[in-house]
Design a binder for this molecule. Structure first.
Ligand code: NDP
Length: 334
């Protein structure tokens, strides 16, 4: 059982020495629990936050323990009649070949007969795809004809938000890094306009957004924070709603960057929603079915960036922070 352990807490950008890949015995199922052979693991920006010892919505990953991750796999050995060996499951486990699910842990059975790959339960029908779904439809509550501005728009969450925005009848503007990602925003994900944030000051980016949406954004779906968000805040429509989904530009910053244009929230009487997908976990099956239908109809495209091998976890994980990932980043383990 290879396990990717957190050896020490990263300071700023993680380095390989912050982790250890170790080999241990395959565990036995605990009373009432089971052991999962992990096939795919989700690599998420949030894992960087869990590596820090700071107050959050989850406890920090303990040092010397494997890095927490959502995985999809098959029950390997079981002492639980509801989870027989061979059953495919998805749950909060770790970056390791085999994970133990004790009674009370979060693991649910999944039906892989309806999907082209079980990894879909980490992308379109997993927490990340559904982050876009619930964040836009249930938190922002869009009205047809409104303007939606999305940061991190070419990423896993952002690309889903933009496409659901079109389904909801919105005008969609995406912000992403580089010309190639901006091309994909328009051609692959159907955004009405794309803006490259790279190498621009807050003022220059704000001015570019203003030329595209002179009346401002009714909804901002925020994945990035920092300078990008500061530029967006200078382009709020009155009573705008801001879904604060992520702040990836700060995750590796040794000092938090913060927001300088917060005044705009007041000036435009905007509302900021702190948002966590896990609140919507009881509704994953319902929303996953809608996502699957949209994909079958060709209205929703969900790309996966599939990387291979636990031994490549560090390099794969860092793709999230260099912007190398081209879709939902997934590590194939088995
Ligand atoms: P992505 O697929 O979007 O990958 C991350 C992308 O972020 C990169 O490709 C890169 O795109 C961009 N990025 C990285 N570093 C920076 C930086 N310093 N400044 C600007 N952009 C940067 O990841 P996800 O879709 O999984 O996650 C997107 C966001 O959603 C994250 O903030 C994450 O924490 C959040 N999230 C929140 C959840 C919740 O419940 N609230 C649940 C799931 C995700 P580019 O090339 O365009 O720079």
């Amino acid at each position: 059982n290879r396990r990717f352990l957190l050896a020490r807490r990263p300071v700023g950008t993680p380095v390989p020495e912050d982790f250890h890949l170790v080999q241990e015995e395959i565990p036995a199922p605990p009373p009432g629990g089971f052991v999962i052979r992990n096939h795919f693991a989700s690599l998420d920006p949030a894992q960087r936050g869990w590596m820090d010892d700071a107050p959050s919505y989850m406890p920090p990953i303990p040092l010397g323990q494997p890095v927490r991750a959502t995985t999809v796999g098959v029950v390997y050995a079981s002492d639980n009649p509801d989870f027989r060996p061979g059953q495919w499951v998805m749950g909060m486990n770790a970056l390791e070949d085999y994970s133990v699910s004790a009674p009370g842990g979060f693991t649910m059975p999944i039906d892989v007969s309806t999907v082209d790959s079980p990894s879909r339960y980490l992308s379109a029908m997993g927490a990340v795809g559904l982050t876009g779904y619930f964040g836009l439809l249930e938190v922002a509550k869009p009205q047809p004809g409104e303007t939606l501005l999305v940061s991190g728009a070419a990423g896993a969450v952002g690309s889903v938000v933009g496409q659901i925005g079109k389904i909801a009848g919105l005008r969609t503007v995406g912000i992403a890094g580089g010309a190639e990602k901006c091309r994909r925003l328009i051609e692959d994900y159907g955004f009405d306009a794309a803006i490259d944030y790279k190498g621009k000051t807050v003022e220059a980016l704000a001015a570019e957004i203003r030329t595209v949406i002179p009346d401002g954004a009714n909804i901002i779906f925020e994945n990035v924070g920092g300078d990008v968000m500061d530029a967006e805040l200078l382009n709020l429509a009155r009573k705008a709603r801001i879904v604060l989904c992520g702040l990836i530009s700060e995750y590796n910053a040794p000092e938090k960057i913060g927001i300088r244009n917060l005044w705009q929230v007041l000036a435009q009487e905007a509302t900021v929603y702190g948002y966590l997908i896990m609140d919507f976990a009881p509704r994953f099956a319902e929303a996953g079915a809608v996502m699957a239908e949209w994909m079958a109809q060709g209205r929703l495209r969900v790309d996966e960036d599939l990387q291979h091998g636990l031994e490549n976890t560090y390099d794969a994980f860092m793709r999230l922070f260099t912007g190398a990932n081209t879709g939902k980043l997934v590590l194939q383990i088995a």
